[in-house]
Design a protein around this ligand. Structure first.
Ligand code: M6R
Length: 612
């Protein structure tokens, strides 16, 4: 959730740290801080609010008086868990003014540790769980930070990604991870560490990803990794394949708009090299399943959260529809607590853009313990879920910076359709139907382009919805997950209360809320189920709710039935999911923009939810 950056090298640390924090601000943005080694001491500066306030306090990114000479430091941008977003609770936290530490994750036994440290004479100035860590390290410190951190972490229960510095060890950073990522970017006589590669790619593409229970000492370009048992550990460097430009706004007002418009290209990248047009099949070598193994799989069990879970529902429908094997989607958070029935003939597919979502990761571990085949459907290369599943499919959608997920969803659906095709061809689908299915998937980027061409029309329609405070999104079949996703997008960035419902479910309760101030967005793409949803639209209008329809181009019947509409290109419903969702992403974006919302950094949210 929060973002960590650290630097050790020959250059001034402040610009590297502040630029890194800007890149990580999407992970959390309620307060920010730095700790810099200066003249044998530490300078710590913290501010409530965004990184810009911290940068101002430091004298701006380009010239920060008094601290320009520092070549080693750590920095943090916070998403509050323990204690409100105040300056006192912001990281870094310090002990004896000689040690400073930043932390992502949650120290579960912080209360017990706090009691012991208080008894030992330590005073606490914040409400955070993190402050116990820095005092704990301090209580083990005898001039060697690596040893003190290693010793301290033996007493910690919970999750952490940490970076710390000591005033008495110039140029030395110590980082460690358990459950919260740390990436070490390797440069020439310098090292940039971060919780996310986005903060590193400006400086280097060579990165080492720490595993759980790794502790690393960094000094300039030297990196030493050890286990918590103090045994030397070797971790191979990997190439970060995202360009620096990909993590910039590129002339768009918001990352979200940029990422919405990137979708045709993102989907092309997702499907590139994975379609076998002649055999009417998908090539998914990352799944690492021979045709016989594939044929033996009896169920596809999908776990994920938020947008990734909504995409999973499309996968569930498609795999049942085309492959004839049961599909099931499970909210990842519940998976390990409700003792699910999972076995060796189940393929558990963990879907996660970030590859770091704590609940999804926990589900992966539970499924592995239960002997299932586990694969990841992940965007961030080298992320924890990608590594722990060991098999899977990368989205290749490029960095998604906006907290509201957009291009990840459409790339996830594209892969899920490929998985459905792969399973279907391993069962009953003919080569001819497979070839047609390949063409349907390959048509997705073009379908999205046609929706994007309607951006201005969608912005105009959005203008009619800015005043509402409550809304419903309805759909059925493949369009039900679209209703869920459309509602999620609207609520998270515009703060309009939006509920996604199955169209048929409305009359089982929610219809009580309908009236002229509660609009309904209805997914009315032409295809099976449309007539039934038109019936539900009439029920809404009979209660005075204005209805916005997502309708197929040229469908006069659907157009006439609604009070306003966004047209989307014709497509079979399993692929119509993608353009319909893009229309709702743009709709949510424009409503939020007209309401003056902080689109890329909605209140209370953070990208990559690494706490349970
Ligand atoms: O990185 P993940 O795909 O695992 O993230 C899952 C959810 O946290 C994420 O989709 C969240 O719901 C987004 N804010 C939705 O826009």
């Amino acid at each position: 959730m929060c973002g960590i950056v650290g630097y050790s090298g020959l250059r001034p640390a402040v610009p590297v740290l502040l630029n890194g924090l800007k890149r990580l601000e999407y992970r959390g943005y309620d307060s920010a801080g730095v700790a810099l080694q200066v003249d044998g001491g530490l300078v710590v500066e913290k501010r409530e609010g965004k990184v810009a306030s911290l940068a101002k306090a430091l004298g701006g990114i380009e010239g920060s008086s008094g601290i320009e000479a520092s070549t080693c430091g750590i920095a943090h941008t916070r998403w509050a868990t323990h204690g409100p977003p105040t300056r006192a609770n912001a990281h870094p936290h310090v002990s004896s003014r000689r040690l400073a530490l930043v932390h992502n994750g949650i120290v579960e036994n912080h209360a017990a540790l706090r009691g012991k440290l208080r008894a030992a004479g330590y005073e606490f100035v914040s409400e955070t769980d993190t402050e116990v860590l820095v005092h704990l390290v301090d209580s083990n410190y005898a001039g060697n930070l690596l040893e003190a951190v290693t010793e301290a972490l033996h007493d910690v229960e919970g999750t952490y990604g940490i970076a710390c510095v000591a005033a008495d060890e110039p140029g030395v950073l110590v980082v460690a991870r358990r459950g919260s990522p740390i990436v070490i970017g390797l440069g020439e006589e310098e090292t940039v560490v971060a919780s996310d590669a986005a903060a590193i790619i400006k400086h280097t593409r060579q990165a080492v990803y720490l595993d759980d229970n790794d502790v690393a000492r960094i000094e300039g370009g030297e990196v030493e990794i050890r286990s918590l048992d103090a045994m030397p550990v070797t971790r191979a460097a990997a190439e970060i394949d995202w360009s620096d430009d990909a993590a910039e706004k590129g002339g768009y007002e918001h990352y979200m708009l940029k990422e919405i418009f990137e979708q045709p290209e993102a989907i092309r990248n997702t499907i590139r090299g994975r379609m076998d047009a002649d055999r009417g099949n998908a090539i998914l070598s990352g799944l690492n399943l021979a045709p016989r193994e594939l044929a033996e799989i009896r169920r596809l069990l999908i776990v994920g959260c938020g947008t990734s879970m909504n995409a999973g529902l499309v996968g569930e429908y498609a795999v049942e529809d085309f492959a004839g094997i049961p599909g099931e989607v499970e909210q990842a958070a519940d998976f390990r607590y409700r003792n699910p029935i999972v076995g060796s003939r189940d393929l558990v597919l963990a879907i996660s853009q970030s590859g770091e979502t704590a609940d999804t990761l926990a589900a992966v571990r539970e499924a592995k313990d239960k002997g299932a085949l586990v694969a990841g459907l992940v965007n961030v290369v080298g992320s924890t879920i990608a590594r722990e599943t060991g098999r899977g499919i990368y989205l290749h959608a490029g960095p998604e910076i906006s907290v509201a997920s957009t291009k990840a969803f459409t790339s996830q659906v594209s892969v899920l359709l490929m998985i459905a095709l792969k399973f279907a061809r391993g069962h009953r689908m003919s080569r001819e139907r497979g070839m047609e299915f390949v063409r349907e998937i390959e048509a997705l980027p073009g379908l999205v382009e046609r929706v994007l061409a309607r951006n201005d029309e969608i912005a105009a329609i959005a203008g009619r919805f800015v005043e509402f405070e409550h809304s419903f999104f309805i759909g059925r079949g493949y369009l039900y997950p679209v209703a869920l996703e459309g509602a999620l997008k609207l609520k998270e960035i515009s703060y309009i209360h939006a509920e996604g419902y199955h169209a048929a479910e409305l009359k089982h309760g929610p219809i009580a809320l309908l009236e002229k101030r509660v609009p309904v967005v209805a997914l009315l793409n032409d295809g099976p189920g449309k007539d039934k949803t038109l019936g539900n639209v009439a029920e809404c209008q009979a209660r005075s709710s204005p209805v916005l329809g997502i309708v197929t181009e040229g469908d006069e019947e659907a157009r006439r039935a609604v009070d306003g509409c966004i047209e989307v290109p014709p497509a079979p419903l399993h692929t119509a999911v993608v353009p319909a969702t893009v229309a709702l992403q743009l709709f949510a974006y424009h409503v939020a923009r007209l309401r003056g919302c902080a689109i890329d950094q909605p209140r209370n949210l953070a990208k990559s939810v690494t706490v349970e």
